[in-house]
Design a protein around this ligand. Sequence first.
Ligand code: TRP
Length: 329
Amino acid sequence: MERIFSGIQPSGEIHIGNYVGAIRNWVRLVDQYECIYCVVDYHAITVEYEVALMQRRILETATILLACGLTPEKCIVFVQSHVPEHTELAWIFNCVTPIGELERMTQFKEKAKQHRQNINMGLLDYPVLQAADILIYKAGYVPVGEDQVQHVELCRDIARKFNARFGLTFPEPQVLLSAAPRILGTDGQAKMSKSMNNTIGLLDPPSVIWEKLRTAVTCPHREKRYDPGHPEHCNIYTMHTAFSKPDQLEYVEKGCRTAAIGCIECKEILSKNMIEELIPIQDRVKAINEKSHYIHEVLTSGADRARAIAQKVMEEVRTKIGVKFRPQE
Ligand code: TRP
């Protein structure tokens, strides 16, 4: 079976954007591929963060992955810092990666703008660690969103450069783009993100979900109830495409265009569907949290399984680059 690797940052609350764009897609892949999914804590420290909260965020992220169906019977789930071979390989990759390539990464430029007072080496090196995450398992496919395509391309470059200098070792991994719609924040403006305060959390209780949807921005053309709308310009409609069945989708689409329904009815249908999908996940999160050692055990054995693969590849890399001692004659 072909191998997949993907990672998610433990950076605060997991929201429906992460769920629709990444996690739900990861779940669909576990039957077709050998899947390795990682909570990338070493990536999360490249920007300012609250030390006292980190532990809880890592555990909460891992718990959500499990609750969404990424269970140890189906795939490997683990925490990046538990397998030090990731950072070890990143160092070697540093030595084949031109700085210029890193400086032109869109995400680096954006984050450098957002965090002017802390443009550290880790922020620049972020894509190299990401390449090491993928290649330490020789993964062939990487399911990510549009915003990570550039990083996976750099990963292919790094694999190519390493192979050219030290001999064929790594595959050139391909992106598996999910067909998922890009959900914006409840402001209808920016991508959903904690820092923008425009998220719907995967663990938000139903009343909070409804309140956030009720007040969310809709199609700008529908100022009054009898103004016809344009679903293609409405973030609520985008969410419908992610959470509603075809017949309801058609109903709200037509209803909006002809002003037969109002935004509130449209949002009520969405809210009901979203809550219906999220409740079972929230229930499983609660059940996992009640078994106090369970998540720790899953992550420990996940790391063991990942490390077994990573250590072998790292041995091969040490041999290829000429640092491994051969037995003395
Ligand atoms: N950079 C990715 C993101 O922000 C997370 C990530 C880290 C990742 N390492 C990875 C994704 C390896 C795919 C493969 O979403």
